[in-house]
Design a protein around this ligand. Structure first.
Ligand code: SF4
Length: 203
């Protein structure tokens, strides 16, 4: 909103998690407080997301569990069943995911979208070898921009069925997220006692 109003931009690209893509599409469908913003969204790029952490949680994971000052971190990653901390000076710290679970945002446990279904283009590192990303083009707008980027030589591409671990792993993780979080949604709707259950946001 601010970039269109304060900076007068007519074409805005948005990169975000699947839930941010949902919020963006909701804002475009029901532009309450967002008049003249919805039609300026030129591209929405969604990133794969299994769960996320609030800033305080990241701080505890990196500084307390990882014994690393946050200002020295160059990259954080989740992969191969571990939480990875990379530092500016080349050190790598890994934490088992069982340590990270309690720091996850509670809202992520009711989230059913791993692959940013509502984005124009969604992408993530799962399914492809190190250094590559999996890309799904999901809309006409995404297709148009992706075709132009390929024609301009901006990306090197390969069909996903020619690489390992491939689409199978993306599908597995997307389904695992739905199954796990559906179970939590159902338990949450029934297990807190009569009249105290938490609403299932999907029904
Ligand atoms: S897992 Fe959490 S951060 Fe990721 S898309 Fe869902 S709600 Fe958003």
């Amino acid at each position: 909103k601010e970039v269109t109003r304060s900076y007068g931009l007519d074409k805005v690209g948005v990169v975000g998690t699947p839930c941010q893509m949902q919020a963006l599409r909701k804002g475009q469908l029901y532009p309450i407080g967002l008049r003249d913003v919805a039609d300026k969204i030129a591209l929405a790029v969604g990133i794969f997301c299994m769960e996320n952490f609030p800033y305080q949680g990241i701080l505890q994971l990196v500084e307390d569990h990882g014994a690393t000052a946050l200002e020295n971190v160059s990259k954080l990653d989740i992969g191969k069943g571990k939480f990875w901390i990379y530092t500016e000076r080349g050190a790598t710290v890994q934490l088992p995911l069982k340590v990270t679970h309690k720091y996850e945002q509670p809202g992520c446990h009711v989230c059913l979208d791993y692959v940013a279904n509502l984005a124009d283009i969604s992408t993530g590192s799962v399914g492809t070898p190190d250094g590559w990303s999996t890309v799904f083009v999901r809309s006409g707008k995404g297709d148009d921009i992706w075709a132009k980027a390929i024609a301009a030589g901006a990306f090197e591409t390969k069909p996903i069925d020619s690489v390992k671990p491939g689409l199978e792993l993306v599908t597995k993780l997307a389904n695992d997220k739905v199954t796990k979080n559906q179970k939590y949604l159902e338990s949450r709707a029934t297990e807190y006692g009569v009249g105290k259950a938490l609403r299932n946001p999907y029904i």
